[in-house]
Ligand binder design. Structure first.
Ligand SMILES: [Zn+2]
Length: 299
C-alpha cells in the first residue's frame, strides 16, 4: 500500500513484481483521525477477501509520507495523514492479519521500485529526490536503504535556509521544502500566474526569470546532497518534474552549477524515474519480498 494524504493506493505484487488488482481510494474516508488504524485494518481485510481468492498474501507492506521509528514499527510524524502518529501499527496489523507487516517511508518504497525499474544493481551509493508537494528523499548505501541512527535520515526537505523563518509542517521554521518544491510553485502560481492553469506554468512561463529562479531553487538541496554523498547515481522524480515542459536541461545545468568541481560533478549520473500510479505499491511489494528474504536468511 502507498498511503498519502489524498489517496491510498493498494495492490497485490507477485514474485515477478507485477502489480495486480490495483485500486486508488480516497484517504479521508479511511484515515479520519479518530479510528484510522481500525479503519485501515478493516480496509485491508476487505481488500484481501475481495482480491486474494482463497489464498493469503505473504505480507502486508505500507509506505507512509512520514518519519518512521528505527525498528520500523510505528509512524513517528506524518503531517499530512491523520491519526497514525505513535500508534504501534505494525504490531496491531500483524496480530489482526496473522502475516508479517512491513512499514517504511514512502520514498524508500519508491527507491526500491526505481532501483529495480532502472536496473541499478549497484552496491554503491544512490540518492533519489522525489519532488511533489514535499521534497522527498531516499538514500541507498551498499545495497540497502540508509535510515540513520534514529531512523530519520534523508529528511532533505527540512534542511534549514539561512535568513528564512516560515513555519514548516514539521514544526521547524525556514525548511527548504517551503522554498523549493510544489508548495513554492503553488505560491508563485497564485501570486503571479493565476490566470494560467498551473499544469501549463512551464509551457507558458518557462522562460521567465521567476520560473527559472524556481528551477534553480529545486537544484539547491539536490546539489547539497550530491556534495555530501558523491553518489554513483542520482534518481530524480515526482510530480513537479513530470509537469508539461518542465525544463530538464536547465534544471540539470543548475544541479551541475552547484555541485563541487571537478568531482563529484564530473562523474554525476542523473536518471529520471518514470512516473506511474503504481510505483509506490510495487516498491512496497519489492521491499516486502526483500525483507522476507532477509528474515528467512536470518533464521
Ligand atoms: Zn520542516
Amino acid at each position: 500500500m502507498d498511503i498519502g494524504g489524498t489517496n491510498i493506493r493498494t495492490g497485490m505484487v507477485n514474485k515477478e513484481y507485477r502489480v495486480e488488482n490495483f485500486v486508488i481510494t480516497d484517504s479521508q474516508s479511511i484515515l479520519d483521525g479518530i479510528s484510522s488504524t481500525e479503519n485501515l485494518s478493516r480496509y485491508i481485510r476487505d481488500y484481501i477477501e475481495r482480491n486474494a481468492g482463497f489464498g493469503k498474501p505473504l505480507a502486508i507492506s505500507l509506505g507512509f509520507p512520514a518519519t518512521i521509528d528505527k525498528e520500523k514499527k510505528y509512524v513517528v510524524s506524518a503531517p499530512n495523514v491523520k491519526g497514525v502518529d505513535n500508534i504501534p501499527i505494525v504490531d496491531i496489523l500483524q496480530k489482526e492479519h496473522g502475516i508479517p507487516v512491513f512499514l517504511d517511508r514512502d520514498v524508500n518504497m519508491l527507491i526500491s521500485n526505481d532501483m529495480y525499474d532502472l536496473k541499478l544493481e549497484t552496491s554503491g551509493i544512490v540518492m533519489a529526490c522525489y519532488i511533489g508537494t514535499g521534497f522527498g528523499n531516499a538514500i541507498w548505501i551498499n545495497g540497502s536503504i540508509y535510515s540513520g541512527y534514529s531512523g530519520s535520515a534523508g529528511e532533505l526537505g527540512h534542511i534549514p535556509v539561512l535568513g528564512r523563518d516560515d513555519l514548516c509542517g514539521c514544526g521547524n521554521t525556514g525548511c527548504i521544502e517551503n522554498y523549493s518544491g510544489g508548495k513554492m510553485l503553488e505560491h508563485i502560481h497564485e501570486a503571479h500566474y493565476s490566470k494560467t492553469d498551473i499544469s501549463d506554468i512551464f509551457v507558458k512561463h518557462g522562460d521567465e526569470p521567476l520560473i527559472q529562479d524556481f528551477v534553480e531553487a529545486l537544484s539547491i538541496p539536490i546539489a547539497a546532497e550530491i556534495n555530501i554523498l558523491d553518489p554513483e547515481y542520482v534518481i530524480l522524480g515526482g510530480g513537479v518534474l513530470q509537469m508539461k515542459d518542465f525544463p530538464r536541461d536547465l534544471f540539470e545545468g543548475f544541479i551541475r552549477k552547484h555541485t563541487r568541481k571537478p568531482f563529484p560533478e564530473k562523474t554525476l549520473r542523473i536518471i529520471y524515474s518514470e512516473q506511474r500510479q503504481e510505483n509506490g505499491v510495487r516498491g512496497a511489494g519489492i521491499y516486502a519480498f526483500k525483507a522476507l528474504e532477509k528474515k528467512e536468511a536470518a533464521q
